[in-house]
Design a protein around this ligand. Structure first.
Ligand SMILES: CC(C)(COP(=O)(O)OP(=O)(O)OC[C@H]1O[C@@H](n2cnc3c(N)ncnc32)[C@H](O)[C@@H]1OP(=O)(O)O)[C@@H](O)C(=O)NCCC(=O)NCCS
Length: 342
């Protein structure tokens, strides 16, 4: 049983009596499995290299006619089913993604139509792999201010469409999928206690996709030059990830006057097992406190911690009343750490 003496920082911001809880979660990953052995046939790599450098054994790849909005809608429906929430009850849909179906309209609008949430307002946010916690924090603000009663937050990605399948440095790392959470005020629960978010645009060139935006719209030349694939400086990204995640966790724990030993489950962004272990070491978490599923899915960016949270709940690792720490990092650079009383 988790020791539960902590401070609720929201109370200091005039939110006494109001909280934002995650009512339920759901996730979806595509059927097709791409193993490290499959990748050995595509690029010069080995299962041994990928496993030892990343911890990833396989990832899921969406079908050609299965889009980010389809996966997002599936995850949303599973989350709604878990808490008995009807589509008409949803006031707002926020989708975090860097692989929207189209530049516009937003993927959130497409999800609104697919799940029949006719009353809901809808928009996307883009904070790369940090998107799910950014979206949770935004959704939380609408609940705390009593603007909305029920908010659906989704992280969803079809990264297989922006990965260069001839580049062994990046193609082994990523996968497709979606995770969703329903937010509501729950009496006698603290819910999302804090979310420490940060960004550093100075380092935007560590992980980016140059083509497809207003700077470099799609042309025959841009496509031929492969500008519509993601690019990454792996080593620098690794170092920055460990530092930023460590700092964000420390700040989140400090705000809630919590010690890491009081946290039941740490759910880190599932990018690389070595990053997870380095962050776990620095924050003093025991290995059995840290939830890892990247061996099955690789890095699913904004969907990563949402899928992991859903699995942790379904496996009984996280139970009502437990304290959960989520920590993410991604392009931007962006990062965030959130503490939730589940
Ligand atoms: C990408 C990453 C796994 C590379 O691991 P690494 O230990 O830094 O790798 P190194 O730089 O030591 O080794 C690179 C060498 O392996 C080779 N290599 C890269 N990918 C390979 C692969 N899939 N298979 C075999 N060899 C590979 C490189 O060509 C390079 O060879 P060289 O030294 O002959 O040039 C690691 O840097 C990483 O995970 N970074 C963070 C990435 C990330 O999480 N991004 C998303 C953040 S949200």
């Amino acid at each position: 049983m988790t020791a539960k003496r902590f401070k609720n920082p929201r109370a200091e911001h005039g939110f006494q009596g109001r909280s934002c809880s995650i009512l339920s979660v759901g996730s979806y990953v595509p059927e097709k499995v791409l193993t490290n052995a499959d990748l050995e046939k595509l690029v010069e790599t080995t299962d041994d290299w990928i496993t030892s450098r990343t911890g990833i054994k396989e990832r899921r790849i969406a079908a050609e006619n299965e889009f980010t909005s389809d996966m997002a809608a599936m995850a949303a429906q599973r989350a709604m089913h878990a808490s008995g929430i009807k589509p008409e009850q949803i006031d707002l849909i926020i989708v975090a993604t860097l692989t929207p179906d189209m530049m516009f309209p937003s993927t959130a609008c497409l999800v609104q139509q697919k799940i029949g949430a006719k009353r809901a307002a809808a928009f996307d946010i883009e904070a790369a792999c940090s998107g799910f916690i950014y979206a949770l924090e935004i959704g939380q603000q609408f609940i705390m201010s009593r603007t909305y009663e029920t908010v659906l937050v989704i992280g969803a990605e079809k990264l297989s469409t922006i990965v260069d399948w001839t580049d062994r440095n990046t193609c082994v790392l990523f996968g497709d999928g979606a995770g969703a959470a329903i937010l509501q005020h729950r009496p006698n629960a603290h819910g999302l206690l804090t979310a420490c978010m940060g960004a550093d645009g100075e380092k935007s060139d560590l992980l980016f996709m140059p083509g497809g935006g207003s700077m470099c719209p799609a042309t025959k030349n841009s496509v031929a030059a492969g500008l519509h694939y993601l690019r990454m400086d792996g080593k620098e990204t690794f170092k920055n990830a460990v530092n930023a995640m460590h700092t964000a966790v420390k700040e989140a724990l400090r705000r809630c006057e919590l010690d890491i030993t009081q946290i039941k489950c740490v759910i880190p962004h599932q990018a690389n097992r070595r990053i997870i272990e380095a962050v776990g070491d620095r924050i003093g978490a025991r290995p059995d406190q840290v939830f890892v599923n990247l061996n099955k899915y690789g890095n699913t960016s904004a969907a990563s911690v949402a899928i992991a949270l859903d699995e942790a709940v379904r496996e009984g690792v996280v139970q009502r009343g437990d304290l959960v720490l989520m920590v993410v990092f991604g392009a931007g650079l962006t990062w965030a750490a959130a503490i939730i009383e589940w």
